[in-house]
Design a binder for this molecule. Sequence first.
Ligand code: BGC
Length: 255
Amino acid sequence: MSLKNKVAIVTGGNSGIGQAIVLELARQGARTVIDYVANPDATVALEQEICKLGNQCIGVDADVSQVADLQKLVDAAVSKFGRLDIMVNNAGIETRTSVLDTTEDQYDSVMRINLKSAFFGTQLAAQQMIKQGGGGRIINITSVHEDWPMPGNTAYCLSKGGMRMLTRTAGVELGPHDILVVGVGPGAVETPINDSTMDDPSKLKKLDSAIPLGRMARPEEIANVAAFLAGDAATYLTATTIFADGGLMQSSVGL
Ligand code: BGC
């Protein structure tokens, strides 16, 4: 129970990678706060699963693209559990549209949910961590596409590139407060964001063959990295990204 008595917020915590992170942090002893704006049923089911683990998770009706709602998450962590130690900026969407035909609405949604929420999530979490003292951890779930172009998914790549610089710059600014800011850069993961690939056998085969480990990641494999970064063994990592991509970025086999 290496995260016993720690309190975490995980945005986008009721599905995909976020849900796996909530479960792993809870298994390791942390109490968690998650947002939901969609899918309250999944949130209640997760709260109950965590109760069975003998731990606590609370769902807050919050839209992470709104700063006031991010503040609601921080306030819930503090009022319910007394503090905030770990902020996981995980919420993310993609449109899989090219630069030629991405609409203004698509662009705004991707940037608000992926980048604005991570920026203000970092800001509000860090303010609380500084107020309470003792440092903290901010973990940004980015992507190999923080660095690696994905043609046909331009706004997404732009938002993840922004998260890359958020991680580096905020990591430098917050270092003196012992607040460590680290990115986790997954490759392809078996989550709903990849349904269109997983539902198409030829696309899936092409993707698997581009990954040196020959398969997509399970969400738990990304959650393990996030839990490591939240824990006592990760005291000297900040302002950088750990890629958990099965070697995808280094592979010469194109997608
Ligand atoms: C994207 C997926 C893509 C994967 C590997 C992820 O960040 O969300 O759409 O399959 O990267 O390219």
